[in-house]
Design a binder for this molecule. Structure first.
Ligand SMILES: [Zn+2]
Length: 166
């Protein structure tokens, strides 16, 4: 999970919502991904998709070899859980739990849609994974508040005096 957290931080440095994922095979991290939705402006640019796609490219196969594990800092959305099942990921470990009802991880894992079972374990390094997200959104709210205050102030300046705006 440490590698997934580091991947999430790579996204954070680029201004993305910090979610990271890695695929592990035989105790080795074989691919990494972080959320790149803002950069790519693609709804599918989730950390898990990046990591799973990179792993498939590495193995030259949509079906990952037996024993592949996916680590992700946040409980996956249904799209990413679907991709994990499609790629035949054997085990999924996630950190923070998604808000109630927004993920269908357990239901999808149980559904056995593809005649494949992915074993799911949640809450791995949960505190650290959650802190990444809560820290990001708290900073975002602070930034928005500051920008709002600044707009208000610059508005007052316009009304008050002859300050020029560059
Ligand atoms: Zn997703």
């Amino acid at each position: 999970m440490g590698a997934a957290i580091r991947a999430a931080k790579s996204g954070l440095r680029r201004g993305e919502v910090p979610i990271g994922a890695v695929v592990v095979y035989g105790d080795e991290v074989i691919s990494r991904g972080y959320n790149r939705r803002a950069e790519k402006q693609l709804a599918s640019a989730h950390a898990e998709m990046m990591a799973i796609d990179a792993a498939c490219r590495k193995f030259g196969s949509w079906r990952l070899p037996e024993g592949c594990e996916l680590y992700v800092t946040l409980e996956p959305c249904p799209m990413c859980m679907g991709a994990a099942l499609n790629a035949r990921v054997d085990k999924l470990y996630f950190g923070a739990y998604e808000q109630k009802g927004r993920s269908m991880t357990a239901a999808l894992a149980e559904a056995n849609l593809l005649n494949h079972k992915t074993e799911v374990t949640g809450g791995v390094s949960e505190r650290e994974c959650s802190a990444l997200l809560t820290g990001f959104f708290a900073a975002l709210r602070e930034k928005q508040k500051a920008e709002k205050a600044e707009r208000k102030n610059s508005g007052n300046n316009c009304a008050d005096g002859p300050e020029t705006l560059d």
